[in-house]
Design a protein around this ligand. Structure first.
Ligand code: SF4
Length: 128
C-alpha cells in the first residue's frame, strides 16, 4: 500500500484544516489554488493527524511547511505541531477580514485574497 501523498512535486508542503465552515473551505480552496499555481504541494492533514508513517516521512522531507487554518482554533497548526513539526508559514483566514460562518457558497474574491497573501509570504520564505 502506498502511504505517500501523491500531489505536486516541490519542497513547499501546504496543509489546510479544510474545516466545515466558509473559512475552512476557503483555506482548502486556497491550498488547491496554490498547488495549481505550482507554489507548493497540497498535502493531506488527515494523514498527519493519523500518524500515517509514510506521510510523516514525506512531511519530514519538506523544506517549507505551510499551515492554513480557517479560524483561531488553528486545527491544522495544532495537528502538525502535535506530530512534532515546525511550521514556517501559518495563516488564519478569519484574520484576513473574512468572517467565519457556515455558508459554504464561497466568494471567489475571498479565495483570491488568501491565495495572494500566502503566495507572497511563501515566496519571501523561500528567498529568506
Ligand atoms: S481551524 Fe477553525 S475552521 Fe479550521 S477545522 Fe479548526 S475550527 Fe474548523
Amino acid at each position: 500500500m502506498n502511504e505517500k501523498c501523491l500531489c505536486e512535486q516541490n519542497d513547499v508542503l501546504i496543509f489546510a484544516c479544510a474545516g466545515s465552515s466558509n473559512v475552512g473551505q476557503i483555506g482548502n480552496q486556497t491550498a488547491i489554488q496554490l498547488a495549481r499555481d505550482g507554489i507548493g504541494r497540497y498535502f493531506c492533514l488527515a494523514g498527519i493527524g493519523g500518524h500515517v508513517p509514510g506521510m510523516i516521512e514525506s512531511t519530514k522531507a519538506g523544506k517549507v511547511l505551510v499551515a492554513i487554518d480557517g479560524c483561531a482554533v488553528s486545527c491544522a497548526k495544532k495537528t502538525l505541531e502535535h506530530a512534532g513539526f515546525r511550521i514556517d508559514e501559518h495563516v488564519q483566514v478569519s484574520e484576513l477580514g473574512i468572517e467565519k460562518n457556515h455558508d459554504l457558497n464561497l466568494n471567489p474574491a475571498d479565495i483570491s485574497k488568501v491565495t495572494h497573501h500566502l503566495a507572497s509570504r511563501i515566496s519571501k520564505e523561500r528567498v529568506g
